[in-house]
Design a protein around this ligand. Structure first.
Ligand SMILES: [Fe+2]
Ligand SMILES: [Fe+2]
Length: 384
């Protein structure tokens, strides 16, 4: 392909979402201001003799810079530098649900989210792409913590977008601070045991990012982006997801994966035999990704380094989003759940069938057992 032709393709290129290959909404539309969130319910702090804290000590990012950022966050709700209080094992046992890709920049998505039904005994995992702004996070966390006993959040690429100056780890730190202000658990908090219906499991929220290694073999990041561009695909991340203080997104990814692997390795030592739930916005395995209309978007979807995590860290369930294609896959004895809600055009048909946000929440724990009849075929969840 001539250089001139390539340039023309890039000039005409729209930022794409993976499922529909339509121009990306997020960057161009200014979301209307969300409704102010209600006051947070009081955190369930108990005297220390009423529970045994099972979470490991709070682990902040290895970068001193990052720890420094946390220690200087402030909030009208009080300190946000602490991890959430531990889960209360005396509460009735409930289920653990998950959803991702709420994309609250859209009014239709905000309206749907506000219909979240109360689940006072249950937990909820928000697996990234809540939105781009801290206001989106506030809305997500206020509604989720009002409805659920405990809430986890991991960042997606959209949370990391620079909107008002904060770049890279600084934007991530601001998101974590927003989560902590609502008592929401993040990858910066210790992993915890969820004592739920169907027994206990360790919930492991992880932030791993991607490193372009899912491009065809031998391509570096530059070639990978060019390769995707040949079909008119270019993720908004290229313009909005800055890696500072890292030199590149792949360097940031390597640091995150190294850290996550260390933490996940400790789970088996600390809680031998307990089922493990790994949560990461980006899918762990390339083979479980279906990009029907924009296959070359695969470049921005994960890293080869997480391919074997489910076995290495003996995960019972792996939760991810990002692809906007809900599905369940069994790989050996591990259940992989893609739990995206998505853009309004992607869930409209669900809504037309009476399937709303509450019906789409995916039960993670205890969740379905593997059936003898499971042949390893993907179960797509187009309508719930
Ligand atoms: Fe998304
Ligand atoms: Fe995403």
């Amino acid at each position: 392909m001539s250089t001139m032709l390539k340039l023309n393709i890039f000039r005409n290129m729209a930022h794409l979402d993976p499922l529909t290959a339509q121009a990306d909404f997020v960057i161009r539309s200014r979301p209307s201001t969300p409704q102010p969130p209600p006051s947070p319910r009081p955190s369930p702090r108990l005297p220390s003799d009423q529970f045994s804290r099972q979470a490991e000590p709070n682990l902040v990012s290895p970068e001193h810079l990052f720890a420094h950022q946390f220690s200087h966050q402030g909030s009208h709700r009080g300190s946000v530098s602490d991890s959430p209080p531990p889960l209360d094992p005396l509460r009735p046992r409930g289920k653990l649900y998950a959803i991702s890709d709420l994309h609250l920049a859209y009014k239709a998505n905000r309206d749907a989210w506000n219909l979240l039904a109360p689940h006072p005994d249950d937990g909820l995992i928000l697996a990234g792409d809540v939105g781009e702004s801290l206001e989106h996070l506030e809305l997500a966390f206020s509604v989720a913590t009002r409805a659920f006993r405990a809430v986890w959040w991991v960042p997606g690429n959209h949370e990391l977008y620079t909107q008002n100056g904060l770049r890279g780890t600084a934007k991530y730190a601001a998101c974590v601070a927003a989560a902590r202000a609502w008592g929401v658990r993040t990858p910066e908090d210790g992993f915890e045991v969820w004592e739920g219906e169907g027994g206990s499991c360790v919930v492991c929220p992880v932030f791993a990012l991607y490193d372009y290694s899912w491009a065809p073999e031998g391509m570096g990041p530059v070639q990978a982006v060019e390769w995707a561009g040949e079909e008119g695909v270019r993720a908004s991340d290229e313009a909005l997801l800055h890696p500072e203080p890292y030199a590149s997104r792949q360097e940031w990814c390597q640091a995150l994966v190294n850290r996550a692997e260390g933490r996940l390795a400790e789970v088996g030592v600390r809680w031998p035999g307990l089922p493990v739930v790994i949560v990461n916005h980006w899918p762990l395995r390339r083979g479980l990704v279906s990009l029907f209309k924009v296959p070359r978007f695969i470049v921005w979807c994960g890293t080869t380094r997480t391919e074997g995590w489910h076995e290495r860290f003996r995960a019972s369930v792996v939760v991810s989003g990002h692809i906007h294609v809900r599905r369940t896959d069994w790989v050996g004895d591990t259940r992989f759940e893609e739990v995206s809600w998505g853009y309004p055009r992607q869930w409209k048909e669900c809504a037309d069938r009476g399937v709303g946000i509450n019906e789409v929440l995916r039960e993670i724990w205890p969740g379905p057992e593997k059936e003898e009849s499971d042949t390893g075929e993907t179960q797509f969840r187009w309508y719930g």
